[in-house]
Design a protein around this ligand. Structure first.
Ligand code: ADP
Ligand code: ZN
Ligand code: ZN
Length: 752
């Protein structure tokens, strides 16, 4: 085995008959692909047919066998190849697939991700495989389970088995053609009857391909604005083009996606739709299923491995028309991709924060480019990255400025809570507005971005507070179950009865979380249900379904929730939105803080009045004069975002400057910093690239490990990328203690 530097080499192939070697992505944390000799066949000879790219093999690594993907075939006798010592290479042990699981475009995408994000290829290529494929098993069967006559059954005359009526009916149906189990069930022929005939050895189980033609149901009549956007997108479906739809909440972006997708589906091509984590609600699935008479599959972490395997295989073999998924679905194989859609493209959940740190939106754009197909990004609050791409002419902008379906734009008001008495954080003006809304039969949505009962436990006598033993963070108080919990590392502690420092019994919980707010709201509004939506209350597979079900009754209620509420949900009966505490969002050390706050407030506000009744938004703050609060009240997101973009340009910050980080964590703080310093000292940076650090991360200690980083900045993306690549290779070669871990973070989202 020899290490090569495939991150820096272009894919190549060799003519048959030369000394072929296979470059494989091996599931191991190595920065390079590994070279292997061809497998030996039974007679000990190398097979004369070369392996296909994108197939899986079983290959030796150390003293074990691992699953690997063949990424390149190279000719070792060619002088251009940097194969050091072919004699020392080991041979592939066995071949798993006869057909490739990853096609050439997919291989290019994964190679690109490896190079762009400077991540071990073995960990990138597995992202293209389903759970069972990663285990070396064959892809899941697609199609429906069905039954057909076996050899004996085919020999029976019509009208046989006339005494057992149901069995005779089943036989008659199968004499016509094979049927799926579902189809038979709908004709009153149960599985029991099927089993009975199978027991008589007359029929056998089989898998049926879905052969129904895809079609679409009638769309809504588009508004003038929608029509313009749909026409513009549908006008050119042949090649790569990136559309950005900047459409206020409720402007009917989803209807635009549906009508653009319909064009593609009608041509028999597939559409990949990426949604933020929590946006993948049953609502969205229902809307797509209702519109298309074609298989719609989901891909997200809430599925069982079996479902994931089957949906993955259906995307790959072309039997799924629409693939709706969260970020990791951007790596799903799609046989005949015609379009990609990314809804809420600004959403943070498109960023993967461990393993390969990638932006699913950016990968999606690259994928569309490689497939040479259109991509549609949509948001009410587009990211500055996308707005900047519009400015430089890379993306085409489309605007939807009016609400579809006759809804009007909500009114906004700020309540200055300084000096006001608050009940569970709610001021009198907000409480009165809630009362009025509920008694008029409408729903109220309250946004409070803190889960648990209270964020802190304090000693009233000595000022002690409960901190996490593993993080630089305070423990939150939870009531159900009663405990202290760290929201960063999830460690838990008993709730103390008295202060561990001064033994005083006067421990108080400070601040307000959703759990506490829920209790107070139930007391204040006993006549109305309070539905809490946060990651503690929304556990279990059906929690979100049940919640949507209760909302759809349209009964007056109070919905209280965290960030989970802000994404893509459609709440037609909500007419009042209250932001309980905007202050927690105002002061962020991250340069993206302002952008996030604007997005959040606009998105939360956008949940109001999406039905036919006008809505209003009430924002509570202690800082009514803060420029951001003022800005949100007076101007549109679009205008503010463009101002922020101008600021970023002046400061050469992303998206107008490029950024990459080498992050490191260690058991001992000094060891981590020393490791980074050692790396920094070996760098030979091109002019125009700045290196900052090593500096501790914003939360220096997390889950018991100390975190520090080196930051690279440049106005020139290419120069930055070369520097980042150098950084990764130097880090890889630098000797380190085993308790130090490092990884690259290209285009980091947390810049502190
Ligand atoms: P967005 O995705 O921009 O938030 P949606 O597509 O969810 O907006 O549309 C908001 C509401 O308006 C939905 O109830 C939708 O059914 C309705 N709607 C969208 N387009 C139309 C249209 N052309 N005619 C009537 N109702 C529409
Ligand atoms: Zn104390
Ligand atoms: Zn912790």
């Amino acid at each position: 085995m020899t290490e090569t530097q495939p991150l820096l080499t272009a894919p190549s192939s060799a003519p048959a008959g030369t000394r072929l070697l296979y470059r494989c992505a091996v599931a191991a944390p190595l920065l390079s692909l590994l070279d292997y000799l061809p497998p030996k066949d039974a007679s000990g000879d190398a097979p004369n047919r070369p392996l296909l790219l994108g197939t899986r093999v079983s290959a030796p690594l150390g003293n074990r066998l691992v699953t690997a993907v063949v990424v390149e075939v190279i000719d070792s006798s060619s002088p251009q190849q940097d194969v050091i010592n072919p004699e020392k290479l080991r041979a592939i042990d066995s071949v798993i697939d006869t057909e490739p699981l990853l096609d050439s475009v997919h291989l290019s995408l994964l190679s690109w991700a490896t190079r762009y994000y400077l991540h071990p290829p073995g960990e990138v290529f597995v992202l293209g495989l389903s759970p069972r494929e990663r285990r070396g098993e064959p892809p899941a069967p697609t199609g429906k389970q069905g039954v057909k006559l076996n050899e004996r059954g085919l020999g029976l005359p019509p009208g046989a088995l006339s005494r057992a009526k149901k069995q005779a009916a089943l036989l008659t149906a199968l004499q016509e053609r094979p049927h799926s189990i579902d189809e038979l069930n709908s004709q009153g022929l149960s599985r029991t009857i099927v089993r009975a005939l199978a027991a008589k050895d007359l029929i056998e189980y089989c898998t049926l391909k879905n052969t129904e033609a895809w079609s679409c149901n009638d769309p809504l009549k588009p508004t003038q604005e929608q029509r313009t956007v749909i026409n513009a997108i549908n006008a050119d479906q042949a090649g790569f083009i990136c559309h950005l739809i900047e459409g206020i909440t409720g402007s009917g972006k989803t209807e635009v996606y549906l009508q653009c997708a319909a064009e593609i589906i009608n041509q028999g091509r597939q559409v990949l739709i990426l949604l933020p984590e929590i946006g993948l609600t049953p609502q969205m699935l229902t809307r797509f299923q209702a519109r298309f008479n074609a298989p719609v599959v989901m891909l997200h972490s809430g599925l069982s491995d079996g479902e994931r395997d089957r949906h993955w295989a259906m995307a790959r073999d072309g039997s799924a028309a629409i693939i709706l998924g969260t970020r990791s679905a951007v790596f799903a194989p799609v046989a005949n991709l015609g379009m990609i859609i990314v809804d809420e493209e600004h959403d943070q959940s498109f960023h993967q924060q461990d393993g390969l740190r990638y932006s699913a939106r950016d990968v999606a754009v690259k994928r569309a480019q490689l497939h040479n197909c259109p991509i549609v990004l949509g948001s009410a609050t587009p990211s500055l990255e996308s707005l900047s791409n519009v400015e430089i002419g890379k993306y085409t902008l489309h605007a939807l400025t009016e609400r579809a379906g006759g809804a009007s734009i909500p009114r906004k008001a700020v309540v200055d809570v300084r000096g006001l008495s608050l009940e569970a954080g709610l001021s009198q003006p907000l409480l009165s507005a809630m009362q009025a809304t509920l008694t008029s039969g409408k729903q109220v949505l309250l946004f409070l971005n803190r889960r648990g009962f209270a964020p802190t436990l304090l000693c009233h006598d000595c000022g002690w507070f409960a901190g996490c033993d593993h993080c630089d963070a305070r423990l939150a108080v939870h009531r159900k179950p009663a405990e202290l919990r760290c929201h960063h590392c999830n460690s838990k502690k008993f709730l103390p009865r008295s202060c561990p420092s001064c033994q005083s019994g006067r421990l108080v919980s400070a601040g307000l979380g959703t759990e506490q707010s829920e209790l107070t709201l139930k007391r204040l509004f006993p006549a109305f249900p309070v539905l809490r939506v946060d990651s503690d209350s929304m556990t279990g597979r059906n929690a979100m379904d049940d919640f949507a079900q209760r909302l759809s009754t349209g009964e007056p209620c109070i919905i209280l929730g965290t960030q989970m509420l802000t994404k893509g949900h459609h709440f037609p009966a909500v007419t009042l939105v209250g932001v309980v505490d905007a202050d927690g969002l105002l002061f962020s050390p991250d340069f993206r803080g302002e952008e996030r706050l604007l997005q959040l407030l606009t998105q939360v506000g956008g949940r109001a009045g999406r039905g036919k009744d006008a809505g209003s938004v009430i924002i509570q703050t202690h800082y009514p004069d803060h420029p951001l609060i003022q800005a949100v009240m007076e101007r549109s997101y679009g205008e503010l975002a463009r101002n922020l973009l101008a600021e970023r340009r002046q400061r050469a910050l992303p998206p107008l400057g490029a950024m990459a980080m080498l992050r490191c964590d260690s058991v001992d703080f000094t060891n981590g910093l020393n490791f980074l310093t050692q790396i920094k000292n070996q760098l030979q940076l091109a002019p125009g690239v700045q290196v900052i650090g090593p500096v501790p991360a914003a939360m220096a200690r997390r889950a018991g490990r100390y975190r520090a980083q080196l930051l690279l900045l440049s106005e020139d993306r290419r120069a930055l990328h070369n520097a980042a690549s150098q950084l990764a290779w130097v880090a890889d070669k630098t000797k380190k203690r085993s308790d130090i871990k490092w990884f690259m973070d290209v285009d980091p989202v947390e810049a502190v």
